[in-house]
Design a protein. Sequence first.
Length: 110
Amino acid sequence: MSFFEIVKLIFPLLIISLMLYGLLVFVKKYSFKRGGNSLQNIKVLSNQMIMPKKFLSVVRVNDKLLILGVSENNINLLKEIDADESDLINQSSTNQNQSFADLFKKYLPK
């Protein structure tokens, strides 16, 4: 086998390897932008541990507040609350100082 034959065998392998690497880089770079900004509309406002490995969480998704029960094996929706956007904007700035109990009491039906 001559040098020229070896180059003829290695060159296509090198080209295919570079094309696959380029495809991998492209997929990694643009794979999360496919869904739009859906992940930016989810925000965890507060978490409270009620037992080991069991939590209550208040999560804002778009224009809704969700109260979730989170355990090691599952997540349960306890309450879904529709909220005005202006109310959510005000909450996002003031919730940093509120405790979980205050948030929970605020959205419980009376």
